[in-house]
Design a binder for this molecule. Structure first.
Ligand code: TXA
Ligand code: MG
Length: 342
């Protein structure tokens, strides 16, 4: 299949018209969101979902998120509740996904056989225009090959999806850089199934109780039938082995400088000068989790170009605003952590 690659230029009516038609006709369009690039198909078309899973090489039991341009559009395919609208008022459009009971018109191939559906209303103007042009809800996982880091630029999407999708819309680099916060409301609050830019503390400002699923920080807790199937799969992994270091900055530099391996380092901006022979990448300022999140997936892709035997990175804290970073990087590293004496 030939993949159309179109960069947005400000006069894009024809692009969105064409993209909307591709989606209505059962094809796939990759598009930017504020989190990562998505791989969109018509959420009401079971065949489109099958094509999405095939293009990604994704296991069929890992469900897709359904995107809408207005929170109330979820009524057409999900059973909403008061908490959904409270959350929508505070966080939509934006990087929040809410799991709700599904209605019959959402195919089981979209929800991976579950009786719930994940709903998200993205903030990125191009995503919103695409959904409106399609005139149907848009099922969209991240637009990477299954297991690879999520794409934060259209070039990353092209690397993974050329020849597999009808169109890629290039809207520049994604602002946030990690995927949306996924939550499931329950009777007295909600459970965070996947952390993102919207933190548990922010959610707690709006709903009574916020729980964090155990598998968020401990992938081995996911088991065979996790609350969110995505929890059980290896994710975000670069080709080289990623190892996390738990230790202070000085011990980290000493460890990396003394290793004989050909290595790459994801260093805090402040410490870049500390490494003598590694391929050093700037992972963002030490106390800036937003910058570190923004850069993470790009760096995991770039680090492959260093052809290193091993990539070292700091083990982030598990605290509120670092939780999404911790969740992604611990999976990318397959939970390999080296604890240095402090
Ligand atoms: O930011 C994002 O959410 C991006 C952009 C494109 O919107 N999308 C994204 O989709 O990250 P994906 O498919 O890569 O991740 C969806 C996550 C998976 O962890 C999946 O298990 C979970 O959402 N999920 C989807 N439907 C679910 C459901 N019904 N119940 C529980 N978890 C669900
Ligand atoms: Mg994904």
């Amino acid at each position: 299949m030939e993949t159309l690659f179109i960069t947005l230029c400000g006069e894009d009516d024809a692009t969105f018209e064409k993209a909307g038609k591709i989606l209505r006709d059962g094809g796939l369009v990759a598009f930017p969101t504020e989190t990562v690039y998505g791989l969109g198909g018509n959420a009401l078309d079971p065949e489109a979902a099958v094509k999405i899973f095939a293009a990604k090489g994704r296991p069929g039991d890992n469900p897709l998120i359904v995107h809408v341009s207005k929170p109330e559009d979820a009524e057409a395919f999900a059973v909403t509740n008061d908490m959904y609208y409270i959350l929508a008022e505070h966080f939509m459009p934006g990087p929040l996904t809410v799991v709700l009971p599904k209605k019959d018109n959402i195919p089981m191939s979209v929800t991976g056989g579950l009786d719930t559906v994940a709903v998200r209303c993205p903030a990125h103007p191009a995503a919103r225009r695409l959904i409106e042009a399609a005139g149907v809800p848009v099922a969209a996982p991240s637009a990477n090959l299954s297991g690879a880091p999520s794409p934060t630029t259209a070039a990353h999407v092209y690397d993974d999806m050329k020849g597999r999708v009808e169109m890629i819309i290039d809207g520049g680099e994604c602002e946030i850089g990690v995927e949306s916060t996924v939550i499931k409301p329950d009777s007295d609050g909600c459970t965070v199934l996947r952390p993102g830019e919207i933190t548990p503390r922010e959610l707690a400002g709006v709903v009574d109780s916020v729980y964090i699923a155990e598998a968020v920080v401990d992938p081995s807790a996911a088991g065979d039938a996790p609350q969110s199937p995505g929890m059980k799969y290896k994710h975000y992994a670069p080709t080289s082995r990623l190892m996390l270091i738990d230790g202070d900055d000085e011990a980290f530099a000493e460890y990396v400088n003394s290793t004989k391996e050909r290595c790459a380092v994801l260093s805090y901006t402040e410490n870049i000068g500390d490494f003598v022979r590694a391929f050093v990448m700037d992972a963002g300022s030490k106390n800036d989790p937003a910058e570190q999140m923004h850069k993470l997936f790009r760096l995991l892709r770039d680090s492959d170009e260093a052809r290193a035997d091993v990539i070292y990175a700091h083990l982030p804290p598990k605290s509120d605003e670092y939780l999404a970073l911790y969740n992604r990087i611990i999976r990318a590293a397959g939970c390999t952590v080296i604890h240095l004496d402090k």
